[in-house]
Ligand binder design. Structure first.
Ligand SMILES: Cc1ncc(COP(=O)(O)O)c(C=O)c1O
Length: 381
């Protein structure tokens, strides 16, 4: 008998679809994959050059500790200035991607049998991570017709004496929603009143449109000690393959998380950490990518809405179009048809826990030419 928490986990549908697209391409089939959650841009040059320079200087040994100090210093400075999170480098752990930060937070906060509230639709990995840690995900389904707004009724009835954590992700994958002040204050009040913790995944923070701003829940001083904020460089700086992110949390929680980290990670490659410092000199490149996503979003969503039977709200952040196929019943079937007949890969809404309507997530982190082709083909569907 293998580990009962891990052996029963479902796979990641977006990763599986990315693998499927790769396989189909190798077989010579024409596929357009809008399944992946990654920028189509290359990592900015100065980051790459710094990694090369660092490698040439022999920065290839263990980098022990929570992350190299100069990087954690820059991260803490950014968090104080941009996110209003009061922290020092001691509160920061540099992780192999945001994903490991989420795992480390959940594993450190929860005991076997504890419950974590997850709002659906949600990113595909939260529930498996919670289960892997012996926890129980309690899914609170937000409503499409409410534009997935979090209300009291979406939290309070789900709280039991076993509730330990609320998982929050804004800008949201897959819906593109950005947290409103009203929702943030509700989460703040509930967290304080019921003595809960929040894992706040803000990985899409820099990809936000129409002048909107991300609200970091750890900026509320009365709950700051109860929030683990997860962020990283994968999405904002087009660094998905580098595997680097970070957590910021209270000294107490950081201490616990570090116990897991030191025995499972040791530390991140120093040349990758050195290169990541350059992200803090890449505001222009990051803003340029954001502007292009915004342009693509405007085109893609506008065109999708011209297609009969389709509805797509303008995402406020991230780079996904969350498309409702109004005359269909099952999003998995829609995706199968799109792939079999038109070679288009999107991720079905059921994978994100959307049960009310058949929705499909398409990434618009793709070239305009590709988006135009997809629009043409979806029109035929
Ligand atoms: C909401 C969300 N959180 C976390 C991650 C993981 O980020 P990373 O690649 O830095 O591990 C992703 C990646 O798809 C994501 O969409």
């Amino acid at each position: 008998m293998y580990n009962k928490f891990i052996s029963g986990l479902e796979g990641s549908s977006s990763v599986e679809l990315m693998l499927k697209a790769e396989k189909m391409r190798k077989e010579g089939k024409e596929v357009i994959s809008l399944a992946g959650g990654e920028p189509d841009f290359d990592t900015p040059d100065r980051i790459i050059n710094k990694a090369i320079q660092s490698l040439n200087q022999g920065e290839t040994h263990y980098a022990v500790g929570q992350g190299i100090f100069s990087l954690r210093e820059r991260i803490a400075e950014k968090l104080r200035n941009e996110n209003n999170i009061m922290c020092t480098p001691e509160n920061v752990i540099v992780t192999p991607g945001g994903k490991y930060g989420i795992y480390m937070a959940i594993a450190s906060l929860m005991n076997v049998g504890d419950e974590a509230i997850v709002f659906a639709p949600s990113w595909v990995s939260y529930c498996p991570i919670i289960r892997a840690c012996g926890g129980k995900p309690i899914i609170s389904h937000l409503q499409y017709d409410d534009n997935y707004k979090i209300k009291e009724e979406n939290i309070i009835p789900y709280i039991t004496e076993k509730t330990k954590v609320i998982v929050v992700n804004y800008p949201n994958n897959p819906t593109g929603r950005v947290l409103s002040k009203e929702e943030a204050e509700l989460l703040r009040d509930v967290t304080e009143k019921y003595n809960l913790h929040i894992v706040s995944d803000e990985i899409y923070e820099k990809i936000i449109y129409d002048g909107k701003k991300n609200i970091s829940l750890a900026s509320y001083s009365n709950i700051a000690d109860r929030v683990v904020t997860v962020n990283g460089f994968s999405k904002c700086a087009a660094m998905t393959g580098w595997r680097i992110g970070y957590t910021v949390a209270s000294a107490e929680i950081t201490k616990v998380m570090y116990k897991l980290y030191v025995h499972t990670i040791t530390g991140l490659s120093p040349f990758i950490q050195n290169a990541a410092i350059e992200v803090f000199h890449c505001d222009e490149e990051i803003e340029k990518m954001r502007t292009i996503y915004e342009y693509r979003r405007n085109y893609f969503v506008e065109e999708l809405n011209k297609v009969e039977g389709i509805e797509c709200r303008k995402p406020e952040g991230a780079f996904y179009a969350w498309v409702r196929f109004k005359s269909e019943k099952n999003s998995k079937k829609v995706c199968e048809r799109l792939l079999d007949k038109y070679g288009i890969i999107g991720v079905d809404g059921l994978s994100y826990g959307e049960q009310q309507y058949p929705c499909v997530r398409f990434s618009f982190a793709s070239d305009m030419e590709i988006l135009r082709t997809v629009i043409k083909k979806i029109g035929e569907v």
